[in-house]
Ligand binder design. Structure first.
Ligand SMILES: Nc1ncnc2c1ncn2[C@@H]1O[C@H](COP(=O)(O)OP(=O)(O)OP(=O)(O)O)[C@@H](O)[C@H]1O
Ligand SMILES: [Mg+2]
Length: 582
């Protein structure tokens, strides 16, 4: 889709308002023709012929026209300003909604700074186009046509003579437009990079300080800042090379007028008043020629920004609902992986994963870091799509289910805990805002939030910072767990959720989870054997494959990989314990 076609979709609801605005522009352009005419009359009739009683009415008319023009000017500018604000409001809304629909892959591969640039600088360039450029193009075009008509009616050959420069203006204008377009694209890209550097620096400020990398960061920023400056300078260079040429060509018209017009007056071919009128209209002819450079400049800026914004708007998420996706299935919690393989890029991260879990069972997943545990559970809520094989919930392929419906029935505490800058209560109730305080307390109790909440004078009303600043790692994990529990779903995924809490607290949390009288299929990903040993089934992952599978006792007996991990964690310190368990 082309930028103009695209923006029209947003402008269409205001088409009558725009139409009214353009009518006012038309009237104003017409009124601009009156004053040069009146000035000519004053010169010819009042000054030359001495009809002094005409002076006052002509002056009054001059003033009246100026006043009306100013008022109309104000009205149509306000119309376009209003429309532009509404259009950009809609674009931002659509862009933001579209962002919500994007999948994990999009956020894996798109920098936050790029997205911020789309929502700020780019939408502003679009607003500028709607607010100013549309009417400027129309008004200049109309002024040009009107002035041309008036000038023709005074003296056709002089008009044609002045128009001789227009092909040159057309040629340079085209050249300018072609050269400046890629330059604007570069500016938009540089602006994105600059945004990304700033955003990452702010998010990672603690790492920066911990490694005393402030100078390095300033240098990195300076490089991007300089890149942005250079891109702007390069664009200005092009602009400043072309604009004076276009300007000079337009000025050439005045030279022709003074020269040829002067001769015609001297030779009495036209009156002095006609020459005054002519030079008055010359402005209306000249102005569009002069503005053409700026118009092209701003139109190209608009095109560059729209293409960037459209890039996000028209990107269809890879993970989408199939037609007639299932929306009314109440998940019971049976989960089956049938021969699932998965790759992010070229290399397979999961290979032939095949297992089945009955509703209400607890599944432990254990394995070295990078073995694919998170990737495996991410396939259940369809954060990514299996490359091969299928995932079923209660016998239904997850691909057949409505994505939001599916996810609303899965509670998940992610490995990378993210908390919003809100109260602790607000964070816990994020997935179920209508939850009562009892429910919040219930989940906080199980998750072990209750154990530390007393330390905060404002309790659950304590406001935490961005990403949960102000809380310890273990406290954050427990809030994330409470948030997942509160949803009371039939499937619960806990990805390394208790890794930052001490063993004792972890033990209490797991005991509380088991005592919940809900039938809830629970996936527990952990590095500690203690977190998974009570599971109904434990999967041991290695390089994306299930290498062992069974209960704690079965796996210990097997004396395989799980047993080795067990020995490393417990046995090495206390041989007695390990013997006891075996
Ligand atoms: N978004 C991604 N894009 C590309 N590769 C990824 C992505 N996420 C993970 N990987 C790769 O997939 C592999 C498995 O990652 P995964 O996060 O599933 O491991 P894990 O078992 O959860 O590890 P850990 O115990 O450290 O959490 C890793 O080699 C990792 O580099
Ligand atoms: Mg992981």
């Amino acid at each position: 889709m082309k930028p103009f076609q695209w923006i029209w979709e947003y402008i269409r609801p205001y088409k009558w308002l725009i139409f009214l605005g353009l009518i006012l522009v038309l009237v104003t352009s017409g009124l601009h023709m009156v004053n040069p005419y009146l000035s000519g009359r004053i010169v010819d009739d009042v000054i030359q012929k001495g009809e002094t009683d005409l002076l006052l009415p002509l002056l009054a008319l001059l003033l009246g026209v100026t006043l009306v023009t100013s008022i109309l000017n104000y009205v149509y500018k306000m119309i376009f300003e209003n429309v532009s604000q509404n259009v950009v409001f809609e674009i931002r809304k659509t862009l933001y909604s579209k962002l919500q629909k994007q999948d994990f892959t999009f956020f894996d591969t798109t920098r936050t700074g790029d997205i911020m640039a789309r929502l700020t600088g780019d939408t502003d360039a679009i607003r500028h186009f709607v607010a100013l450029i549309i009417f400027t193009i129309f008004s200049n075009f109309m002024l040009f046509i009107f002035a041309l008509a008036m000038m023709f009616s005074i003296n056709a050959s002089l008009t044609i003579l002045m128009l001789a420069v227009t092909p040159f203006i057309g040629f340079f204008a085209y050249q300018f437009s072609q050269t400046i377009k890629p330059a604007f694209m570069r500016i938009r890209e540089r602006f994105s990079s600059l945004n990304s550097v700033v955003q990452e620096n702010i998010s990672g400020n603690r790492v920066v300080k911990a490694f005393a990398k402030e100078d390095f960061e300033v240098e990195k920023f300076t490089k991007e800042n300089d890149g942005f400056r250079q891109a702007n300078l390069a664009t200005s260079k092009i602009r400043e090379a072309y604009l004076p040429v276009l300007d000079s060509l337009a000025t050439l018209m005045s030279v022709i007028l003074i020269l040829v017009g002067g001769i015609l007056v001297i030779k009495n071919k036209i009156s002095l008043g006609d020459l005054v009128m002519f030079s008055g209209y010359l402005w209306a002819l000249n102005n569009p020629m002069r503005s053409i450079g700026w118009i092209i400049n701003d139109v190209q800026r608009f095109i560059a920004s729209s293409e960037k914004v459209m890039g996000i708007l028209h990107r269809e998420p890879r993970i989408q609902n199939v037609p007639n996706a299932i929306q009314n299935h109440h998940v019971r919690g049976n989960v089956t992986f049938r021969n699932v393989s998965f790759k992010y890029g070229q290399e397979y991260i999961l290979k032939n994963i095949d297992f089945s879990v009955k509703a209400g069972e607890t599944i432990g997943i254990i394995g070295a870091t990078g073995s694919g545990k998170t990737t495996l559970v991410n396939l259940i809520p369809r954060f990514y799509e299996c490359t091969q094989g299928e995932v079923f919930i209660d016998g239904i392929n997850v691909k057949e289910m409505d994505i939001q419906h599916l996810r609303s029935q899965i509670g998940i505490a992610m490995q990378d805990v993210f908390l919003f800058s809100d109260t602790i209560e607000g964070n816990i109730a994020y997935g179920k805002p209508e939850a009562t305080m009892e429910e919040v307390l219930w989940s906080a109790d199980i998750a072990g939030v209750k154990e530390f909440i007393a330390k905060f004078p404002e309790g659950y009303d304590t406001i935490i910072g961005e990403r949960g600043v102000g809380l310890s790692g273990g406290q954050r994990q427990r809030i994330a767990l409470a948030r997942a529990l509160l949803k009371q779903t039939s499937i619960l995924i806990l990805d390394d959720t208790t890794s930052s809490v001490d063993m004792e607290t972890e033990h209490r949390i797991h005991a509380a989870l088991r005592s919940m009288n809900r039938k809830q299929t629970t996936f527990i990903i952990a590095h500690r054997i203690s977190s998974v040993k009570d599971a109904d089934m434990i999967l041991v992952l290695d390089h994306g494959q299930i290498i062992e599978q069974g209960t704690h006792e079965e796996l210990i007996k097997k004396r395989g990989e799980y047993y080795q991990v067990f020995l490393n964690q417990v046995g090495a310190f206390d041989p007695l314990v390990s013997q006891e368990v075996v």
